[in-house]
Design a protein around this ligand. Structure first.
Ligand SMILES: [Zn+2]
Length: 397
C-alpha cells in the first residue's frame, strides 16, 4: 500500500510540474504568484516546482516585472534554449532539415535537392543533413532532444515505413538505425501528418480544430486534424488519398493501381501534361515545377493553362475529401503551394461545387510555413516528447 501511495504522489508531482512548465511557456514572463493563480496550485507548491525547473535548466528568472503594489516580483521564463530539435522532411527529390529551439523557432536549416535515388543514397543524404545540423548546434543543457523524419508514404504507429511508392520503399526500418547512430529518441511519421501538425502548431492552422492538410509534391498525401487531434487511423495509415482512383482506365501508378489522383494533381501531373501544352519537359523532370513557375511569371499562356488544369484536378479531389470530412480549414502545402497564384482559381472553382452546406465556415488556405510545414511538424513531435519525458530520464541526453 505504502509503495502505491508513494508512486501516486510522484505522478501527481510530475503532473503538477508539467502544468507549471506549460503555464510558464504560455504566459512568460510570469511571476510565481501569477503562476499559482493560473494553475490553481498553492504558492508553496509552485515555488518548489519552479525551483526544480530552474535546477533542470527548463526555466530561468529575469529582472523584476511590474508591481501590483508591493515589491516587484522576479519573472519566470521558459528556457527555449534548454535543447534543440531536428526535423527532417524527406521528399522524393529533396531533403529539408531544420534545427529548432524548444519553441519550434528555426535556428538553422539545410536543404538538398537531388534526383530520385536508391534507398542507400537517400539514407546517406539524410545522415549528411542530420550530421550537418548536429555539428552546428549551439551549446545547450540537453543538446539534441530528438530527431523526427517525415516520409512521403505509409508509416505504421511504431515508425516502420510500410510503403512509400514514390521512393520505391517497402517495409523499411530506419527508426532503430537512426536511434542507434545518434543515441536520441527518433520519430518517423508520414510527412503529411507532420505538415498538418506543423501548420497547427506554428502556421495558418493554429485556430482550427478540423484541418485537412493537402501535401502536394511529386505525390499527394493528406494529414488530418479532427477534433483537434491528428487522426492516424487504426494502424497509422490514414490519408493515403493520393491513391484514390479518379480514372478507372487511367495510367498505372507505382502503388499498383491505375488512375490515382496524384498522377493528375501533383508535380507528376504537371510533368505528364507538359507535352500536350506544347512545353517540352525538362531533361531533369523533377525540376519541371520551377521551370513552369518561371514561364507562368513571364505570362506564358500555355504554362498558365497547364497550372489551371492541374489546379482543377487538385480541386476535384479536395472537393471529394471535403464532402467526406466536413473540415473547417483546407491547407494546400508542400512544393505545389509555391504555384498558388496559378492553381488557386481552379481549386476554388471546383470547391464551389461541394455540397452547399459544406461551404459554411470552410476556409481554403495555402501553407503558412511554405515548404517547411513538414520539417517543423517533425521537430515539434520531438519537442513534445521531450517535454513530457525529460523529467523521467535519468541523465540528460
Ligand atoms: Zn497510386
Amino acid at each position: 500500500m505504502k509503495k502505491t501511495k508513494t508512486w501516486n504522489q510522484h505522478v501527481v508531482k510530475q503532473e503538477n510540474k508539467d502544468l507549471v512548465l506549460h503555464t510558464i511557456m504560455r504566459y512568460a514572463p510570469i511571476s510565481r504568484a501569477e503562476t499559482a493563480v493560473k494553475t490553481s496550485l498553492n504558492k508553496g507548491t509552485v515555488s518548489s516546482l519552479v525551483n526544480d525547473l530552474i535546477e533542470e535548466n527548463m526555466v530561468y528568472e529575469s529582472g523584476p516585472g511590474k508591481s501590483s503594489g508591493g515589491r516587484r516580483p522576479v519573472m519566470l521564463n521558459f528556457n527555449r534554449m534548454a535543447g534543440c530539435s531536428i526535423g527532417i522532411d524527406l521528399g522524393v527529390n529533396y531533403i529539408l532539415g531544420v534545427l529548432t529551439d524548444l519553441t519550434g523557432e528555426i535556428l538553422m536549416e539545410k536543404y538538398i535537392k537531388y534526383e530520385y535515388e536508391s534507398y542507400e543514397i537517400t539514407m546517406q543524404h539524410t545522415l549528411e543533413v542530420i550530421d550537418y545540423l548536429i555539428t552546428r548546434q549551439p551549446d545547450t543543457p540537453y543538446s539534441i532532444v530528438g530527431i523526427g523524419v517525415g516520409i512521403p508514404g505509409a508509416v505504421d504507429l511504431k515508425g516502420q515505413v510500410m510503403l512509400a511508392p514514390n521512393l520505391n520503399w517497402e517495409n523499411i526500418e530506419i527508426k532503430d538505425k537512426l536511434q542507434e547512430r545518434y543515441g536520441v529518441p527518433v520519430v518517423i511519421e508520414n510527412e503529411a501528418n507532420a505538415g498538418c501538425y506543423g501548420e497547427k502548431k506554428y502556421g495558418v492552422g493554429s485556430k482550427s480544430n478540423h484541418i485537412l492538410y493537402i501535401s502536394i509534391g511529386i505525390g499527394i498525401g493528406i494529414g488530418m486534424m479532427l477534433n483537434g487531434e491528428l487522426y492516424r487511423g487504426n494502424n497509422g495509415f490514414s490519408g493515403e488519398m493520393g491513391h484514390m482512383t479518379i480514372d478507372l482506365n487511367g495510367n498505372p501508378c507505382p502503388c499498383g493501381n491505375q488512375g490515382c489522383w496524384e498522377l493528375y494533381a501533383s508535380e507528376k501531373g504537371l510533368h505528364a501534361a507538359m507535352s500536350a501544352y506544347g512545353i517540352p519537359p525538362q531533361s531533369n523532370d523533377q525540376r519541371d515545377l520551377e521551370y513552369l513557375i518561371g514561364l507562368a511569371r513571364q505570362k506564358d499562356e500555355q504554362a498558365i493553362a497547364l497550372f489551371n488544369t492541374v489546379g482543377g484536378y487538385i480541386g476535384l479531389g479536395v472537393k471529394n475529401i471535403v464532402n467526406t470530412f466536413n473540415p473547417e480549414q483546407v491547407i494546400i502545402g508542400n512544393r505545389m503551394s509555391s504555384a498558388q497564384e496559378w492553381i488557386e482559381p481552379a481549386i476554388r472553382e471546383k470547391l464551389d461545387g461541394t455540397l452547399w452546406f459544406q461551404k459554411e465556415g470552410l476556409h481554403l488556405e495555402f501553407s503558412g510555413l511554405s515548404t517547411h510545414s513538414s520539417a517543423m511538424g517533425m521537430a515539434a513531435f520531438s519537442i513534445e516528447n521531450f517535454l513530457m519525458n525529460y523529467q523521467y530520464s535519468q541523465t540528460a541526453l
